[in-house]
Structure formats: C-alpha cells, structure tokens
Ligand binder design. Sequence first.
Ligand SMILES: NC(=O)c1ccc[n+]([C@@H]2O[C@H](COP(=O)([O-])OP(=O)(O)OC[C@H]3O[C@@H](n4cnc5c(N)ncnc54)[C@H](O)[C@@H]3O)[C@@H](O)[C@H]2O)c1
Ligand SMILES: O=C(O)C[C@H](O)C(=O)O
Ligand SMILES: [Mg+2]
Length: 618
Amino acid sequence: MLRNSVLTSIHAATKRYAASTVRNYSRRALTTTAAAFPDLRMETMVQTTTKHGMDVIHDPLLSKGTAFSLSERERLGIRGLVPPRTQEMDKQLQRIIRNLRECRTPLEKFVFMTALQDRNETLFYRLLIDNLQELSQIIYTPTVGDACKRFHSIYRRARGMYFSSLDRGQMAAMVHNWPHDQVDVIVVTDGSRVLGLGDLGANGMQIPIGKLSLYVAGGGIRPTSILPVVLDVGTNNEELLNDPLYLGMGHRRLDGEEYYSFVDEWVHAIQSRYPNALIQFEDFKYPHAYNLLHKYQDKICCFNDDIQSTSAVALAGVLAALKARGKPIDSLDEERIICVGAGSAGVGVCEGIVDCMVEQGKVKSREEAYSRIWMLDQHGLLGNSNIGAGDSGSTPLGAGDRANLDERQLCYLKKDLKDRLSLEDVVKAVKPTVILGLSGAPGVFTEGAIRAMADGVEKPVVFPLSNPTHQSECTAEQAFNWTDGRAIFASGSPFKDVEYKGKICKVNQINNAMSFPGLGLGITVSRASRVTGKMFMETAVTIANMASEEQLKSGVLFPGVGDLREVSKEVAIKVCEVAYDQGLARAQLRQGVSLKGVIEESMWDPEYVPTIRIDGHM
Ligand SMILES: NC(=O)c1ccc[n+]([C@@H]2O[C@H](COP(=O)([O-])OP(=O)(O)OC[C@H]3O[C@@H](n4cnc5c(N)ncnc54)[C@H](O)[C@@H]3O)[C@@H](O)[C@H]2O)c1
Ligand SMILES: O=C(O)C[C@H](O)C(=O)O
Ligand SMILES: [Mg+2]
C-alpha cells in the first residue's frame, strides 16, 4: 500500500529502486500516477497524497502555503482556501525573513522557526539550509538549551514520540502510531543530562528535534524519515516536578533494573517496526550513556552522540591544531592533554585520542597513551589518594566519592600526583599543550590555569566544549586575553571572533553536529547494519584535513556549521567506505557508480514539486 504522502521522482525513484540504495516505493503506484497525469514528464518530481482540502494545507510535509498552483488547488480541493495569488518560494522567503528579523530574542526566533516547521517543512528547511550558520544557533545549540528549559511554557504542537512509565507493556503497539513506514534515523533522549543544563526530563524533546533538523538540513535525510523520541522515565528536577505546567511524568527517575528494562522494551519495540533505522542515543547521563552503548552497539545499528561523535570532532580539532602548529598529524603522542570533565563526553573524547595514538603507532601500549592525558572531575585531578591526603590545598579523600570511579575513568588515574589537585596546580605540574573542557561547569578554565598554560607553550590549544554558551569553561575573549592572543581556540557553542591588540583571533566551533549528519547519511545510503569505532576515527581524520594551509595559519581548524552540507557529504563518503570495507553495508552498489554520486543523489533538497492526489486504495 502506498503511504499517505510520498515525495519522489517518477524517473529517479525507479532508478534508485534498482540500486536498492534508498526507498521502498510502490512501482505500481508510480506507474499508475504517471499514466494518470500525462502532462507530467517522466523525470518530473512529484509529491503524491491521498489527502484533500484543509488536510493538505495543515500537513507540514505537504503544505506549500501560498505556493500551490491553480491546477493543484483544483485537484487537491483547496481552491478558495488560500489567498488567490500564487506566490513562489522566493516571495515566501522574503516574508519569512522579514518577520524573523522582527523577533527580539533568540527564544522568540526559536518559537517562530518552530511554528514555520509545523506549517511548512519544505520552506523551513530551505530557510535553514540557506542560513545555516545563523539559524543553526536558533534551532540547535545554544538557543535550543533555553527552549528545553522552557519547553512546557512555549509548547504549541506535538512533534516526535514519547514513551513514558505509563506505557510499559504497550510500546510494541505504540510504535505503529507513528505515521511513516520508512524511518532512517531516530534520535532518542531520556532528558537526564541536557547539554550542560542537567536533568530536564521530558522537556529534553527539543534536543532530538533540533538534532534531526540538522540531519535533514546538513545530511540531506528526508523529513519524513526521522523520528525524535523521549523516553520519559521521570525527572529528579524538583522545579519541574513542582511545576503544574510540566508535561512529563511527575515522578522521580526510574533507575537500576527498572530503568534498563524500560529502555530495553523500547529498543525491541522500535526494532520490530524499524529494524534498519539508525538509533542515536543523546544526552543520557553517565554511566547510563555508556552502559546502554555497550549493551546495544554490537546488536543494533546505534551509537551515542555525546561519546562517539564528540570524540570524532574533538579529535579532528586536536589533529588540525597539530597541523596549524606545523606538526605532522601523526605526532599526537607528543601532546600533553588535560581533560576537565570525566563523564560521557570527557571519557569518550579521551578514548578517541587514545585510540588514535595507538593507531599512529608511536606509543607502545594503551597505558602509555593514557599517561599523556590528565583527567579532572568535579573534585579535581584523578590522582593518587595516598599522596598528601589531608594536606592543605586539597580536600581529604572521601573514599565514597572516588569509589564511584569506574574502569573507564580509572585508567587515567595518575599515581605520581595528588588526588583532587586543582586545575591550576595540574597545569603547573604537567605543562599541558592541550586543554579540553567537557564538564558543563562554566568558568572552570580559570585565568591562573590558562595563563600558567600559556607560559609553557607557544600555541596553547584551548577547547572549552561545554554547551550552551553560558556553560562554557571560558569565553573566547578570556582565552585570547589570557594567552596574549596565541591560543588555538574552539568552543562547543558559537562565539564571535575576538579582536586582540589589533589582530583578529579566530574562533572555531567543535560540536558533534559536524559529525552526526554525515554519519547518518553514510549509514542510510550504505544501509550499514552497525556503527563502528573506525567510522568515527575516519570522520575525525576527514574533518581534520578539510582546512587549507592558509586557513590553518589564520587559526581556522575546519569549516564551520555554515558548510555543514559539504562536510556531511565528505563524512558520509568515508562512513560508506568503512561500511563496505568492514562488510557491514547491505545496499548493493551498481558497478561503475561512484559513492560520491550516490550520496549526492540521495541528499534531499527542499523544493516544491507538483502535488498529485491519488486514490488511497492503490
Ligand atoms: N561540544 C560538543 O559537541 C559536546 C558534546 C557532548 C557534550 N558536550 C558538553 O560536555 C558537557 C559534559 O557532558 P557529559 O555528557 O560528559 O556530562 P556528564 O554528566 O556525563 O559528565 C560531566 C563531568 O564533568 C565533571 N564536572 C562537573 N563539574 C566540574 C567541575 N567544576 N570541574 C571539573 N569537572 C567537573 C563531572 O564530575 C563529570 O565527570 C556538557 O556541558 C555538554 O554540553 C559538548
Ligand atoms: O547538543 C550539542 O550542542 C552538543 C552535545 O550533544 C551536547 O550535549 O552538548
Ligand atoms: Mg548531546
């Protein structure tokens, strides 16, 4: 049976069908459609629907607002239901941009963009793609953080799916409520650690929505093929629990066996309907994030964005910084790296760096690679509790706290330095060349620490990667002021370039958004059955090699979010290559067809195409 709305090209769809790279269209329906409308040429893109009248206008995947042609209005039964003048997309964009400019705050812009997405997705994505640098900051980080905090106040219209503690035993049936048969990418969160904002419960829904909007805008995934999900297992956020307008479950979080069996029911339910979809775990608190990844990564096509994509982009940043310093990319083992934050992202990023050092072959063992990285958590350095316990300047070890460290963190423990040493003391002791912030703790890169670092290295690599902007470990201005303008700087959220003593100091953005849309595209095109570490390693190297010599010299490490479509294309090609090399790809490539060509052809581009009404019984 044909789905309610299908966006395809009569000609291209049959071609793609043969290559079995993409979608599952009904040949019979397409043939019938072509025969019924002889005025449409075989290569014309068409959009088909069984809907009629107001139902067409109110479906954001079908609606063109004022852009329906007269003949479409006739055949879709909407004549008289929209203003008489047909206005094409360029005029619509003019109107939208004018109205957007009138929004006073980023949150108002967010609400405006959401309303547009809810009315007309084609127009929403055209606007977003044409203004990615500016508008990604609204629908994604950092404004999305504010939108999450206020989700229950600004809520207008349903998007995505919620599975709550009320739904245990029902999830396998519920997954059939989603209106689309083809889903390529699912982003799921339990809202337990939203950016650096902590537990926001079901308010976290804006995160999967924002991430998936970038999958479409940056990775060319179709808007019909994405599914944002919240697993509402409760919240421990007292403010939300006490707020009568909060929309999630009003109990504290499930934990332990109850939590894992809840997630397991969801994974089985979603797999029963969408066995080929890529699942991205997002913003799960440590150690759930790691436990879920390890439980499912060898069984289904999934990954954890905060652990693995972050690792790819942070590694890309460090490798590009080596090049910017005139060093070879395979000299990573010569760096001394401090990582502030020992959670999902910190551990994930450091594991990626260790993997890379091992792969480059300059260290004899993983242990040697661990010795190049000093890790701090909220108590300070992961060090030796037997050195100077109880000395002034460091809090005596409470065995309880450190007893919580697990094997992923313990491998970074330094035997020769006192446990819980402050950042500044660690900097003075180890003279780092790179400092990474993945703590969610604003301002922890103190002036003393960064100045001490800058005393020991000509070009200190300073990457405060926590989001959103106000959770950043330091600002761009601070980093450049405290390093006499010498820092190689990247942050998780966008900052403006800084003028320091007449020189423009470049700000880079290291955000996992540079990785996941391309990964999703590569996985979708190759129909890979698993996501592997090699895919992230290759992503890192690909991104690290994108900047020109000239750009590196000026402090630019790689392209920005504005170039996300280009970056995603390159990442997708690499991911596909790895999928085929590792025998994980299930889509058969036709002989003589280039991966680049297949990927480019697969990327959805928002444009209006003629809409045809078809008989629902076809
Ligand atoms: N730029 C990116 O692409 C990106 C990707 C993922 C996560 N992040 C950011 O990283 C941060 C952490 O994410 P996570 O998933 O690892 O969270 P998490 O809760 O798993 O871990 C946070 C870690 O930070 C430590 N910490 C807290 N306060 C600290 C302090 N004052 N000093 C030192 N360490 C401190 C905690 O002990 C913990 O180890 C978030 O702010 C998130 O936005 C950024
Ligand atoms: O969402 C982002 O901007 C990046 C990352 O996934 C985060 O959790 O901070
Ligand atoms: Mg995240």
